[in-house]
Design a protein around this ligand. Structure first.
Ligand code: AMP
Ligand code: MG
Length: 333
């Protein structure tokens, strides 16, 4: 559940912070230059918004999304809400653009792998190959979902929505939109290192840490304006048996976890796209990430492989200032 941990003013009351617990991570909201009254309203409102998102979008705790998945399985129509419809529509477009590498209709597979849990690592062998193949044969896709106003239905009963790959990004976007409605134009909404920043920190830009595989920070990016920075990786959430690690990002085309890259960092104009894209590019791997990034019209992308080598687009190379030595750094045009 979301909860407001603290509310504090500092730096001559120009900077305010609050923390919320949602989607299994701490969301930290920082504002610059807002009044006490503005942030008071903002933090109370955000608390309610995050709570509602947690309840409505959760992939396995009973709520609106699990009800929707039950309706899909039964071939019945389901009355959703505007946020869920937006995520479905955006997911459909991104699934197509990424050639099916990003596919939030694979909730059945994610559950089969035991990843519908907050308790990591998951211990034990992978699911049986026959079970995986049986789900794969049903080919669940967000494109099986038909939307009519707020109503949606699936003509494939195997469709089970799991928004784990983009929900944080959309939540951050909605939070930013709300802050702006209240007249707060300088802020960071940071969900465990994945964030969107708007405006600036007074006279200087926001300094944003770029996460690295295994925890810690690889570098810093300055944001002045409006940008989202998201990192997806194979290092935090995984299943472990005696011999192997099976990361939580699955290739929807094989039903198996992807291991090629350690992390992908994406800079984009909005959280939803940055979040979904980071997940999709982990699936695309070292061979295809550049092509898929182009299809998504992303300019600034960084990929770190299993040995610590770094691949950057020229736009990312211009923006990131490394604070740590990694492996070889290659700019890929
Ligand atoms: P992220 O941490 O943003 O990379 O999202 C990972 C989460 O997205 C997983 O925990 C699953 O819930 C879900 N997921 C896993 N594989 C995929 C995929 N190929 N496409 C869309 N969502 C996925
Ligand atoms: Mg993601």
């Amino acid at each position: 559940m979301a909860c407001l941990a603290f509310l504090a003013g500092c730096q001559r009351d120009r900077e305010h912070h609050a923390q919320f617990f949602v989607f299994g991570t701490v969301v930290e909201v920082s504002t610059w230059g807002a009044t006490d009254e503005q942030v008071g309203r903002a933090f109370t409102g955000l608390q309610q918004m995050f709570q509602a998102m947690h309840r409505d979008w959760h992939a396995w705790e009973p709520g609106l999304l699990t009800d929707a998945n039950r309706a899909f399985a039964a071939g019945e129509p389901f009355e959703a809400n505007g946020q869920i419809i937006t995520m479905v529509r955006r997911a459909q477009a991104i699934e197509e653009l990424t050639g099916g590498r990003f596919n939030p209709a694979i909730g059945g597979l994610v559950g089969l792998w035991g990843f519908h849990t907050s308790d990591y690592p998951v211990i034990g062998p992978p699911p049986g190959r026959e079970q995986i193949d049986a789900l794969l044969a049903q080919a669940p896709s967000t494109l099986d979902i038909h939307v009519d106003g707020m109503s949606m239905r699936s003509d494939n009963p195997a469709v089970q929505l799991d928004f784990g790959g983009l929900a944080k990004g959309f939540a951050v976007d909605l939070a930013v939109e709300y802050l702006r409605e209240l007249g707060i134009d300088n802020a960071i909404v940071n969900a465990g290192g994945d964030l969107r920043a708007i405006g600036s920190h007074g006279e200087r830009p926001w300094n944003i840490a770029v996460r690295k595989p295994g925890g810690g920070v690889v570098g810093v990016i300055e944001v002045d304006g409006d940008e989202a920075l998201f990192t997806s990786g194979n290092y935090e959430r995984f299943r472990q048996d005696q011999t192997e690690r099976y990361p939580h990002i699955l290739d929807p085309r094989t039903g198996w976890p992807v291991k090629d890259v350690a992390s992908v960092t994406v800079l984009a104009g909005e959280g939803l796209l940055a979040d979904a894209a980071a997940t999709a590019l982990v699936v695309a791997g070292l061979d295809d990430w550049r092509e898929v990034a182009r299809a998504l019209h992303l300019e600034a992308v960084m990929v770190i492989d299993g040995t610590g080598d770094v691949y950057l687009t020229p736009a990312m190379a211009q923006r990131v200032r490394f604070t740590e030595d990694l492996g070889t750094v290659v700019t890929v045009d």
